[in-house]
Design a protein. Structure first.
Length: 347
């Protein structure tokens, strides 16, 4: 069996088995997500299933033969930095962590990632001058937002695992379509996709275990790290991963901006993302999760692959991807405040 297929299937099976084990431990130790007025679920559900994804992907980062890819040194750094993000997420799941503590950990780990990957190649954020310190500061802020928005968007069954799997598979396709294809990067992307789908077996609506901050923060960090390494290693336009992530980025950003404009406590939990409004309107998580999958595969993947092959028009393709999604997010209610009337309207 080809290494790519073997990596994907091995990660899927191992993650599925580990998720079952994590679920048993969560039930034994009563690590449960108990519903509250801001929750999108109705029954206490085991938490922390994302740990299975963390273990599988970190093992892949350390042990896969990354010839032509990120190499053992950077791969180990990505694994250790990702573990730091996962650990702070796990502690937050279990005991709660001050928001500023989480942000400091995220900032330090991302700074280490950016510093470590300098040896692979330069960094050029679209639209910025070729000044490395400026590009690295913008990349740091963007990756910190990606880590946190992934956590914000992990609010209904299956959505974060579907996003991680489809984005990582799309990134593998983009890397493979470029002129500087790296086999090691493709293996890592497929390991990430397989691990996410192995977890999804247990997280598919109705979920039998939730990912938790341990998984969502780690996946946000990992996808950003893979995009950064792919850019430095192969010259992949950063527009390509930005297009692949467009559903999550659009919903989270539109919601955040609208809440900030109204001077709400935007950093507190809420139920006003577009995907949350839609899940209540449909009375089910499944159609929303399937809708995200369809958008990623049918709409965003072809645009991202084209952006990888034709970097000179990548910015135009990003606009084509984002503009309709921004309109859709606004129509769906992203960032609209909950009132008694619209709460009843959405079910």
């Amino acid at each position: 069996m080809a290494p790519l297929a073997l990596t994907f299937l091995g990660a899927l099976l191992l993650a599925a088995l580990l998720t079952a084990g994590v679920r048993a431990l969560a039930l034994k130790h009563q690590l449960l997500d108990v519903p509250n007025p801001r929750s999108s679920h109705a029954a206490p559900t085991p938490l922390g299933g994302g740990l299975a994804i963390v273990l599988v992907v970190c093992a892949s980062l350390v042990f896969l033969p990354l010839d032509g890819g990120v190499g053992f040194g950077p791969g180990l750094v990505v694994a250790l930095a990702g573990l730091a993000v996962a650990i702070i997420g796990f502690v937050d799941d279990r005991h709660g962590v001050p928001k500023w503590t989480r942000l400091v950990v995220h900032a330090v780990t991302i700074a280490v990632l950016i510093e470590t990957t300098r040896e692979i190649g330069s960094l050029q954020v679209p639209g910025l001058p070729a000044t490395q310190w400026l590009n690295e500061v913008v990349a740091l802020v963007a990756l910190m937002w990606l880590v946190n928005l992934f956590n914000f968007m992990d609010g209904i069954d299956g959505i974060a695992a579907v996003e991680a799997a489809s984005v990582s598979l799309g990134l593998a396709a983009c890397v493979g379509s470029g002129s500087g294809a790296a086999a090691g990067l493709q293996l890592l992307c497929l390991a990430t996709a397989g691990a996410s789908l192995g977890f999804l077996i247990w997280n598919w609506p109705p979920a039998r275990i939730f990912m938790g901050d341990v998984g969502s923060g780690f996946l946000g960090f990992l996808l950003g790290a893979l995009a950064l390494v792919a850019h430095r290693e192969t010259g992949l336009s950063l527009w390509a991963p930005a297009i692949l992530l467009a559903v999550f980025v659009t919903d989270a950003t539109v919601t955040l901006v609208r809440r900030m404009v109204r001077r709400e406590r935007w950093y507190e939990s809420h139920r006003t993302h577009a995907y949350q409004w839609l899940s209540r309107r449909f009375g089910s998580h499944r159609p929303v999760t399937l809708g995200v999958l369809a958008l990623n595969v049918i709409w965003l993947l072809p645009l991202a692959v084209t952006a990888a092959r034709r970097p000179e028009i990548a910015g135009i393709l990003a606009a084509v991807a984002y503009v309709p999604l921004i309109g859709t997010a606004l129509l769906a209610g992203a960032g609209r405040p909950e009132t008694a009337a619209n709460r009843a309207e959405s079910g």
